[in-house]
Design a protein around this ligand. Structure first.
Ligand SMILES: Nc1nc2c(ncn2[C@@H]2O[C@H](COP(=O)(O)OP(=O)(O)OP(=O)(O)O)[C@@H](O)[C@H]2O)c(=O)[nH]1
Ligand SMILES: [Mg+2]
Length: 348
């Protein structure tokens, strides 16, 4: 459903908002202190790597990348992996690629790591970029060491698992059969290699902060021999403007409770309307697009059965009343967006 925004503004009771009021929020409090440690570990790992794979969410291709990581990117060949392409608006891809090129980021790959889409391009591209660049530290070595970096929850660990599923399926099953166990460590020559079941070398999860420390290197390909190092997602200490912080939060890079589910839901509604993404109207049984978050959350709560029992003290005793749970409804609205149930949306 796409209509002229001007006509829509006039048609929606109260009109659509032209801008979002962030209420003077301070993003500094959204930066978890422990991330400074992850950043230090990563800088140390950087020295041993030939190439950087920066994983970012395809729904925010232009904002939210850690500027401290950007500095590091000048040092090594760099590929920007825009993951979760299944959730982003595909019509934006050409414009995004052009803008990133103008910003000095020409090597971009769109992926969906849950379905292994686009992932096959990565190993040959990395091998080519490393071959074309001077290898600073181990000119005699024929193996590739790649550092996977990015802000939290973008799919870094999922990418590693997907690469292994695609490139190592056979080799790894043989190893597992031969060793008679699924997890552990094998010793090859003088080198210790972690042994993992096929496709699951590193833990994945829907919350930010699943990977806690820089992990030992994980083999993802045999020919060429390529190892990836998974790292914990790190947010920049200075998140930038509140809007960037809000977009990162919608993509799950910041814990919801740090930002607040209700304001996140309101910002999501504002963005969906601005982009004429009206999938929510049908999903929650609304008559038409609406720019009032309370009305939308009321419909979400009714459609998804988000209610709570509250005891009310009256003059004649306690009465149990069922009320709508607006916070649960806000959370449901966010979950629907994150699962792509409100359509494929690019927030930038
Ligand atoms: N829809 C969709 N979901 C994905 C994709 N890739 C990863 N995910 C999901 O995104 C969530 C985060 O994935 P992880 O691989 O743990 O992300 P990470 O960047 O390693 O996160 P941290 O270790 O916390 O920094 C998980 O719920 C994944 O299942 C994708 O391509 N599409
Ligand atoms: Mg991880």
């Amino acid at each position: 459903m796409r209509v002229c925004v001007g006509a829509l503004r006039a048609a929606v009771p109260g009109g659509l908002r032209e801008r979002f009021d962030f209420g003077g929020r301070d993003v500094a409090s959204w930066f978890p202190r422990h991330m400074a440690k992850g950043m230090r570990q990563m800088q140390a790992a950087l020295r041993r790597s030939d190439c950087l794979l920066e994983v970012h969410d395809a729904r925010i291709p232009l904002s939210g990348r850690n500027p401290a990581l950007k500095e590091a990117l000048g040092i090594r060949p760099h590929v920007l992996v825009l993951n979760k392409m299944d959730l982003a608006d595909p019509r934006r891809q050409p414009a995004v690629l052009e803008l990133l090129k103008q910003q000095g980021c020409p090597q971009v790959v769109f992926t969906d790591c849950q379905r292994d889409v686009g992932v096959k391009k990565i190993v040959p591209l990395v091998a080519r970029l490393v071959a074309e660049s001077p290898r600073y530290h181990r000119a005699e070595s024929s193996e590739y060491n790649i550092l996977v970096i990015g802000v939290p929850n973008m799919g870094k660990s999922s990418l590693i698992n997907s690469l292994r599923r695609l490139h190592l399926k056979k080799g790894i099953s043989l190893w597992c059969q031969g060793s008679g166990r699924r997890w552990g460590t094998v010793f090859l020559a003088s080198m210790t290699v972690p042994l993992f079941p096929p496709g699951k070398a590193t833990t994945v999860g829907g919350e930010p902060g699943i990977t806690k420390a820089v992990l030992s290197r994980i083999q993802v390909s045999e020919k060429p021999l390529m190892y990836l190092v998974d790292t914990p997602g790190v947010l920049p200490p200075k998140l930038g403007d509140v809007e960037t912080g809000m977009k990162l939060a919608l993509c799950g890079a910041i814990h919801d409770h740090m930002v607040g589910e209700n304001i996140m839901a309101d910002y999501l509604l504002y963005t969906l309307n601005k982009q004429q993404q009206f999938g929510y109207v049908k999903r929650y049984g609304l008559d038409q697009p609406c720019d009032h978050i309370e009305s939308v959350l009321k419909s979400v709560a009714l459609a998804q059965g988000r209610t709570q029992k509250v005891t009310v003290l009256t003059g004649t005793g306690n009465v149990n009343v069922t009320t709508l749970n607006y916070t649960a409804a806000a959370y449901e609205f966010l979950r629907d967006f994150r699962a792509g149930r409100l359509g494929r949306v690019t927030l930038d």
